[in-house]
Ligand binder design. Structure first.
Ligand SMILES: Nc1ncnc2c1ncn2[C@@H]1O[C@H](COP(=O)(O)OP(=O)(O)OP(=O)(O)O)[C@@H](O)[C@H]1O
Length: 245
């Protein structure tokens, strides 16, 4: 079973046609980077995968369930599909450890001792185990984003969605977050779908690169074909020549 399948998906915001006939299959373990100009529909596409945007035309099958079907239980999907946003949304009045333990406790009813153990493992994985007792306000933006990643990982998802996770960070914080994302991408049991403007990262880490413009997928290539070969689509070639200079 594929992790994510879009079949002829259309998305409208009122009269505005945001996604046009999206067909896309992502297998478990893949790391797929989504790029394209501003307003091309990247966020809309990625947010639809965990039901933050509703799809009512076509089929969108995530972890075996069709999100275009209103009867599908979105909470079951979200247990397996985590999301990391541009803004980290940590609870300001809870410690870092509590922030990470909250969702597994409430959603998964994970045993408290086990929950703490896993939370500490995830904090260790993002290099911030020594910050467990601190409050979010005591951390830098880059550290907060690493905590947000640890929080998503603590749910032990099959798939992680990243929507421009580094674009709100000070430049000197970006690499730390990208390095964590790289270790996640290397984990073959995890599927990652990443919207980013960090082309160096895409070039190094992606299995596949998808280029979107005007709500359409115009190119879906292996990383090597996209960056080293010639994308077949003219707009993708233009985009590439702009960003690589
Ligand atoms: N809630 C909404 N209501 C109406 N239009 C929307 C809504 N969200 C997005 N759009 C429009 O849909 C189009 C695609 O937006 P989206 O945020 O998916 O693009 P994007 O490729 O992620 O852009 P960026 O790189 O700037 O984040 C844009 O024209 C945007 O204005």
């Amino acid at each position: 079973m594929s992790m994510i399948e879009f079949h002829n998906v259309e998305k409208y915001y009122g009269d505005f046609h945001a996604l046009h006939n999206i067909n896309l299959t992502i297998e478990a373990g893949e790391t797929v980077v989504l790029i394209g100009p501003s307003g091309s529909g990247k966020s809309t596409l990625i947010r639809s995968v965990n039901g933050l945007e509703q799809i009512r035309e076509g089929q969108l099958i995530v972890n075996g369930q069709d999100l275009a079907n209103p009867k599908t239980d979105i909470n079951r999907i979200r247990k397996n599909v985590g999301m990391v946003f541009q803004h980290f949304n940590l609870y300001a009045n809870k410690t870092i450890l509590e922030n990470i333990m909250l969702a597994p406790r409430i959603v998964l009813h994970r045993d408290e001792q086990e929950n703490k153990k896993i939370a500490m493992e995830m904090l260790d994985r993002v290099g911030l185990a020594d910050q467990a007792a601190k409050m979010p306000a005591q951390l830098s933006g880059g550290q907060k984003q690493r905590i947000a990643i640890a929080r998503s990982l603590a749910m032990k998802p099959k798939c992680l969605l990243f929507d421009e996770p580094t674009s709100a960070l000070d430049p000197e914080m970006v690499d730390d977050v990208l390095n964590i994302m790289k270790t996640i991408a290397e984990d073959s049991s995890m599927t990652s779908l990443i919207v980013t403007h960090e082309m160096g990262f895409a070039r190094e880490v992606a299995n596949r690169v998808i280029f979107m413009a005007d709500g359409r997928i115009l190119e879906d290539d292996s990383k090597d074909k996209f960056f080293n070969g010639e994308p077949s689509n003219e707009r993708a070639r233009q985009f590439l020549s702009k960003i690589l200079h």
